[in-house]
Design a protein around this ligand. Structure first.
Ligand SMILES: NC(=O)c1ccc[n+]([C@@H]2O[C@H](COP(=O)([O-])OP(=O)(O)OC[C@H]3O[C@@H](n4cnc5c(N)ncnc54)[C@H](OP(=O)(O)O)[C@@H]3O)[C@@H](O)[C@H]2O)c1
Length: 181
């Protein structure tokens, strides 16, 4: 079974975006470390599929060219009108079931990109095997939380932790086997 990995940047107050949903809080020049990508390229090599909510997808489109053209990209939407777009497949009614099915197929890891709604949905479905959370040394003081819905208690085990000179702290957490509560 393929691993589903929630890989995300979070603020100290566990937000993934400020209230306006923008991403520039992550690219503040004070965080740049020349030659350091915080493990991103290596992570991308371990996955062949992304999963994201429609709001995050819309945000990704503003970056210019679609960033993951060589991956299979699933976008969750409840709308049945979003049918065709380059590089992505929209999944609607039975999104959790579709992802469960996909997990059984052969392949590499599945990146749960976000955002808060879809993170909560998949966490509550018990589908998140690993979280790689990079804490950015800011408090956003509101915005979109890592889980934009109540999530059930669950236990995780710390696998790895890296501290970067710019104050980023990256932690890898694996779901504890048998791991509810
Ligand atoms: N810090 C980071 O690393 C990071 C990573 C990812 C995202 N983000 C941020 O997160 C924000 C977006 O998060 P969000 O929570 O507002 O939205 P989201 O989770 O990205 O997307 C929400 C949308 O997903 C669809 N959806 C939700 N539940 C569904 C279900 N059960 N079945 C089918 N479709 C479903 C709906 O789309 P329809 O409205 O089309 O029905 C819903 O409006 C953005 O600001 C983005 O920048 C940050």
């Amino acid at each position: 079974v393929r691993k589903i990995i929630l890989y995300s940047a979070v603020s100290i107050d566990a937000m993934i975006a400020p209230p306006d949903g923008s991403v520039d809080w992550l690219s503040n020049p004070r965080f740049s470390l020349p030659g350091e990508d915080f493990g991103y390229a290596a992570f991308l090599r371990t996955i062949d599929t992304t999963v994201m909510g429609y709001t995050t997808y819309r945000q990704v489109l503003t970056f210019g060219e679609f960033p993951y053209p060589d991956k299979q990209n699933l976008v969750l939407t409840r709308s049945t009108r979003r049918r065709v777009a380059p590089f992505v497949r929209f999944i609607s009614r039975n999104a959790v079931g579709d992802i469960r099915q996909l997990q059984k197929e052969r392949g590499k890891g599945i990146w749960l990109v976000g955002g808060g709604q879809v993170n909560a949905l998949l966490m509550n479905a018990g589908l998140v095997d690993r979280m790689v959370l990079t804490t950015i040394p800011v408090i956003l003081g509101g915005g979109i939380p890592l889980f934009l819905d109540d999530v059930q208690p669950r236990k995780f085990v710390l696998r790895k932790r890296s501290v970067f000179r710019n104050g980023f702290v990256q932690a890898t957490w694996d779901r504890r086997p048998g791991g509810k509560k």
